[in-house]
Write a protein that binds this ligand. Structure first.
Ligand SMILES: Cc1cc2nc3c(=O)[nH]c(=O)nc-3n(C[C@H](O)[C@H](O)[C@H](O)COP(=O)(O)OP(=O)(O)OC[C@H]3O[C@@H](n4cnc5c(N)ncnc54)[C@H](O)[C@@H]3O)c2cc1C
Length: 468
């Protein structure tokens, strides 16, 4: 499918700072409008293979990301490197497995619901986006080039290359897609009334790899996101197309099960034996990998506004770094691209840039704040509740509601993952749904007699009376 764009505006000279997932997609979208685009990336060219990355190896791509990729006309290319994930599989300590489909439940038990999420390799996706944008002659990537400052009066970027040489380069517009520790945002923080907040989660994460069997097969179901929920901490496994699983432990740094306590082979063995015994035969060298791999922290940032005049705009993690528990960081960054692109479609003259950037902040800032809150709430859900009988009962009731009363109840997860409803609306709707479901789950005997039309009708009446 080709990109759907409005070519009405004259080409301009654009700078994109940061060639991660959002920057390389946005460079492509700008090029499709005929703009000249210079992309500055402080790391080496990912295609040289030298840089291994400091973030997750694979990512869950869902509808908001797909929408942006469709708009850029490259969804079909991405589909070739994406692995469909149709359900969550929960692993209890005694090895019992419980499955929950992601999508609407017509497909329950069959797991062929088109509403699934997709696992993609961060490196492959980034590479594909760089290569697709580079097909446009007016796009130039400069790897090993770091943005160090911006002159806001002159709209000039200070760029330092790998040899430490600096130059000042002038642009019509500058897009900051340089991640959670954005240099572009740093410069805006020195302007009047620019708000910024940063917070670290008290939990961190460590990745280890589950390799395939000797004949290349996956060692667990390949169409599932695997979770070992253990209260304050959890293990997650997401498959990769090469037969491996990337397994990530999210846990507090401190306390009895804290990451800081797991620094010897004995401690790591005892931890896995107590909490993840079924993983031990599947990753025989888990302790060696654990001790060799870094422990990474999880940062959250919020800022306002997401633009400066008509010349500078923040997108992706540079505007809103969130914790990864809803699988929405990249997806929301890609949604920034599709929303800004739609606003550009409606522009009639370059003098509209000012209003367009303002509108972008107005639309996206509430969404960024909401997806941060949703992601924090989902961490508690994943690590604490996915094994809880009352949570599982709620999921069953919601699944039946969605099947038997189509369109009248869309579970929060579906609103966030499989719709384009603004995150802030989904968050509010989810809070109203929580209240209703709490009342239902508190009813005497509900565990055995939930599957009755009166129960569903009372939920739907309560829901619809809120104006939904
Ligand atoms: C463990 C983990 C799991 C995750 N899982 C998911 C998931 O399943 N689904 C999902 O949607 N999201 C997920 N995310 C979030 C996702 O990784 C981010 O939201 C996404 O990478 C943001 O993309 P970005 O392009 O905005 O920023 P980044 O990917 O951080 O890219 C920014 C780029 O800017 C460059 N840069 C930085 N400073 C400068 C400078 N001064 N000059 C030039 N270049 C610079 C960096 O080198 C980098 O290449 C996860 C995150 C983590 C940590």
């Amino acid at each position: 499918m080709s990109a759907q764009i409005n070519h009405a505006l004259p080409p301009e000279k654009m700078a994109v700072v940061g060639a991660g997932l959002v920057g390389s997609l946005w460079a492509l979208m700008l090029a499709q409008r005929g703009h000249h685009v210079d992309v500055f990336e402080r790391r080496p060219d990912p295609r040289a293979g030298a840089y291994k990355g400091g973030r997750s190896i694979n990512l869950a791509l869902s509808d908001r990301g797909w929408r942006a990729l469709e708009k850029a006309g490259i969804a079909d290319e991405v589909r070739k490197i994406a692995l469909p994930i149709t359900h969550r599989t929960m692993h209890a300590t005694d090895g019992t497995l419980t499955r929950q489909p992601y999508g609407l439940p017509e497909a329950q038990g069959k797991f062929d619901d088109p509403q699934c999420i997709y696992s993609v390799s961060r490196a492959l996706l980034n590479r594909l986006l760089v290569e697709e944008s580079e097909k446009h002659a007016q796009v130039q990537y400069r790897f090993d080039h770091k943005c160090t400052d911006i002159d806001l009066q002159a709209n000039t970027l200070s760029i330092e290359d790998g040899q430490g040489q600096s130059q000042a380069l002038k642009y019509d517009r500058i897009f900051g897609t340089d991640g959670a520790f954005s240099a572009v945002r740093d410069r805006l923080m020195r302007t009047d009334r620019f708000d910024f907040a940063q917070r670290y989660l008290t939990h961190g994460y460590k990745e280890i790899e589950m390799r395939p069997t000797s004949d290349g097969a996956f060692k667990m179901e390949a169409d599932a996101l695997h979770i070992w929920p253990r209260g304050e901490f959890m293990l997650m496994g997401l498959p990769n197309p090469d037969g491996t699983f990337t397994c990530t432990v999210f846990a507090p740094y401190d306390g009895p099960n804290g990451l800081n306590q797991l620094e010897t082979p004995e401690a790591v063995h005892a931890y896995f034996t107590a909490h993840f015994p079924d993983v031990i035969p599947l990753i025989p060298d888990f302790a060696e990998q654990w001790l060799a791999n870094p422990t990474s922290s999880l940062v959250m940032t919020q800022c306002y506004p997401w633009h400066h005049g008509d010349a500078i705009c923040l997108m992706g993690d540079a505007a809103h770094a969130i914790v990864p528990f809803y699988g929405q960081g990249m997806n929301s960054g890609m949604e920034d691209c599709s929303v800004l692109s739609e606003l550009l479609d409606a522009m009639e003259s370059p003098s509209d840039w000012d209003a367009t950037m303002k509108r972008y902040t107005e639309l996206r800032k509430p969404s960024g704040d909401a997806i941060l809150e949703l992601a924090l709430r989902n961490y508690i859900e994943m690590r604490d509740k996915t094994g809880d009988p009352s949570f599982l009962l709620r999921k069953k009731i919601e699944a039946k509601l969605a099947t038997n009363y189509p369109g009248r109840w869309l579970p929060l997860y579906s609103q966030v993952t499989f719709s384009h409803t603004p995150y802030e609306e989904a968050l509010q709707a989810g809070k109203r749904q929580d209240q209703i479901m709490e009342g239902i789950l508190a009813q005497e005997g509900i565990a055995t007699n939930w599957d009755r039309p009166e129960v569903f009708e009372s939920i739907l009446n309560a829901w619809e009376s809120t104006g939904a």
